[in-house]
Structures are given as structure tokens and as C-alpha cells.
Design a protein around this ligand. Structure first.
Ligand code: TRP
Length: 333
């Protein structure tokens, strides 16, 4: 049997270059090598935003459009919506039973999420039972397709560790080596920072979206931080102290381009504004095909919905095979 990957993203709306470089680009390559399942984790969105669901359906579509435009091919990968595969919720119940409470309590990613939540909503804000169950639900997503591998960003690796523990424990309790212990697959692309040098994120307003127009992209790039010690164009620059712009060059430029930028900057022959104008043009060129595809799907939302519905049906067929064996193992009617 071909090895299988499962991965998902929460529907946070339109995705940014961090999502593209950190995760999607990797999926696009892996889909040719593995049997691939990619889903929009709308239940996971509820773990923190259960009271802000007005845009949820649109956000699911936006994420799917970004995937399709980026090259996730619905002919070879299964693209689906988590909540359209209700078997995941059933598996979540069974997995919850075999998971000791302290395994979820010590999950570092969950601790971080709780910290962020408290900083937004005040010290006394309560973590919901649903949020506590985040790693178990995520394990259900992965084990629902009995995945062998999970391509994720580094921040998700702790969750995958718990999934491996839960899979092992389930197999022990029900005395069959049924579930795989899935391995994370990390990508090797360097992490892209936001325009202000911090982690790129929607809520920090320092991101460039896949869906941004060329004008917006060019404008945003002009705000990217450079070498703070440099005041005039003719000052000698320090590319290694350039906080954002030079880093972007190393991500998007060819080796020759990067060498040229470094050399001109160090000699004081390249001003930061000019440098960023060129950088904006380069990024726009890189994304022009993806953005064109994106515009196509935006104009054909019904096609996107069909892809999600078809994919969800296919995912469900797989899920039903797994869940019926699980029910048998546990001795359910
Ligand atoms: N927790 C992941 C994130 O925030 C999303 C996710 C949910 C996921 N279920 C998953 C990723 C299963 C991989 C596999 O990015």
C-alpha cells in the first residue's frame, strides 16, 4: 500500500506567504509521492472561536481556494472539510477514552494557545473542554485515515507526538496493531518572518497574503524593515543586519540575485527603497500564476464547493472503513 499523508489547516481566512512557504508548498510536492488527504479543520476553529462563526463558511472556501491556486490537485489529492466527515467525531470519542488527562495537559502547543487566549481575553478566561481536547481531535483527524505521515510546520510536532502515543495506547488496549504511529514530515524551507521582523501572522498585520494584489504587495513590501543603521543610500549597508528585506531576498531570489544585492548593498550602491521595489516585483512575479488561478476559482465558487463535497464523500468512504473496524475492536454494536 502506498504511504498516506493527512494534514489540515484551520480556516483562518485568506492565507499568507508563511502558510504557502511553510506548509502548502510542501504538500504540493508530497501529493505526488503519497496518497494525500488535505482538510479544512473547521471543528478546530471552534476550539477558540466558537462564538465568532459568522465568516466560518467563507473562511473554509477561502482556504480551499488558496490551496487549489497553489497547486493542490483535486485529481490526485483528496481535499475535504473536517465537519463533513462526522466519523472523525466518533473516533474522537473513542480516542478520548484511552487518553490520560495529563497527556493533553502537558501538550506544549496547547499551553501556548492557552497563553495567547488569556492575553487576549484576560487572565480569568477559561479554557473550554473542547480546546483541551484539541490534540485528541487532531489525533482523530490523522488516525481517521490511518495516515503514516503528517506534513506540518515545526509548531505542530508536539501534537503529532501525542498522536503517536495515542495510537500506541489504542493498539495496546484493544490488542491489535491497527493504527500506524504517524511520523511528522517537516519541510526544509526557512521560516519567513513578517514585514516587521516578528512571526508572520494575520493578527499581527505584518503579513502578505497569497491573494493580495500586485499593488498591495508592492506597498506592503515598502514597509519591510531593513538595516536600521543605514540612513542614506550611499551609507555602506549590512545585509546580515537587514531585518526583513534581505531575508526575503534569500527566500525568493536566485543565488546570483542574492549575491548582487549583497554586493551592491555593502558598497552603498543600492538604496533600501530601490531594493524593496525590486523585491516587490520579484515576489509579484513568483506569485503571478498562483494569483491568476486564484482569480479563476474566486469566479467559480461552485466548482470549489463541488471539489470539497466530492472530496468529503471520498474521505468519508475511507473513514467508514476505519471506523467500522474500530467499532468491532472495541465491541460496539
Ligand atoms: N493544528 C493544526 C494547525 O493549527 C491544524 C490541524 C488540525 C492539523 N488537525 C490536523 C494538522 C491534523 C495536521 C493534521 O495548523
Amino acid at each position: 500500500m502506498r504511504e498516506r499523508i493527512v494534514s489540515g489547516m484551520r480556516p483562518t481566512g485568506k492565507l499568507h506567504l508563511g502558510h504557502y512557504l511553510g506548509v502548502i508548498q510542501n504538500w504540493v510536492e508530497l501529493q505526488h509521492k503519497y496518497e494525500s488527504f488535505f482538510f479544512v479543520a473547521d471543528w478546530h476553529a471552534l476550539t477558540t472561536k466558537y462564538d465568532k462563526t459568522e465568516n466560518l463558511k467563507n473562511d473554509v472556501i477561502d482556504v480551499a481556494i488558496d490551496w487549489l491556486a497553489s497547486g493542490i490537485d483535486p485529481e490526485i489529492s483528496t481535499i475535504y472539510v473536517q465537519s463533513l466527515v462526522p466519523e472523525i467525531a466518533e473516533l474522537n470519542i473513542y480516542l478520548g477514552m484511552v487518553t490520560p488527562q495529563n497527556w493533553v495537559e502537558r501538550d506544549p502547543t496547547l499551553k501556548d494557545m492557552a497563553k495567547i487566549l488569556r492575553s487576549k481575553e484576560g487572565q480569568n478566561s477559561q479554557i473550554s473542554y473542547g480546546l483541551m481536547g484539541y490534540p485528541v481531535l487532531m489525533s482523530a483527524d490523522i488516525m481517521m485515515m490511518n495516515a503514516t505521515h503528517v506534513p506540518v510546520g515545526i509548531d505542530q510536532v508536539a501534537h503529532i507526538e501525542i498522536t503517536r502515543d495515542i495510537a500506541r495506547r489504542f493498539n495496546n488496549v484493544y490488542k491489535e496493531e491497527f493504527f500506524n504511529e504517524p511520523q511528522p514530515i517537516l519541510n526544509h524551507c526557512s521560516l519567513i518572518c513578517g514585514l516587521d521582523g516578528n512571526k508572520m501572522g494575520k493578527s499581527f498585520q505584518n503579513d502578505i497574503k497569497i491573494s493580495d494584489t500586485e499593488e498591495v504587495t508592492a506597498k506592503k513590501i515598502m514597509t519591510a524593515i531593513t538595516d536600521r543603521s543605514r540612513l542614506r543610500k550611499t551609507d555602506l549597508g549590512h545585509p546580515d543586519e537587514c531585518e526583513v528585506a534581505f531575508k526575503y531576498w534569500t527566500i525568493f531570489g536566485t543565488e546570483e540575485q542574492v549575491a548582487k544585492v549583497r554586493c551592491e548593498c555593502e558598497k552603498g550602491e543600492r538604496g533600501c527603497a530601490d531594493c524593496k521595489r525590486q523585491l516587490g516585483a520579484l515576489i509579484n512575479e513568483k506569485f503571478s500564476e498562483i494569483r491568476e488561478k486564484r482569480r479563476y476559482y474566486e469566479a467559480h465558487i461552485d466548482e470549489v464547493k463541488d471539489i470539497l463535497n466530492e472530496g468529503s464523500k471520498k474521505a468519508r468512504t475511507e473513514a467508514q472503513k476505519i471506523i467500522s473496524h474500530v467499532r468491532e475492536l472495541i465491541n460496539m454494536y
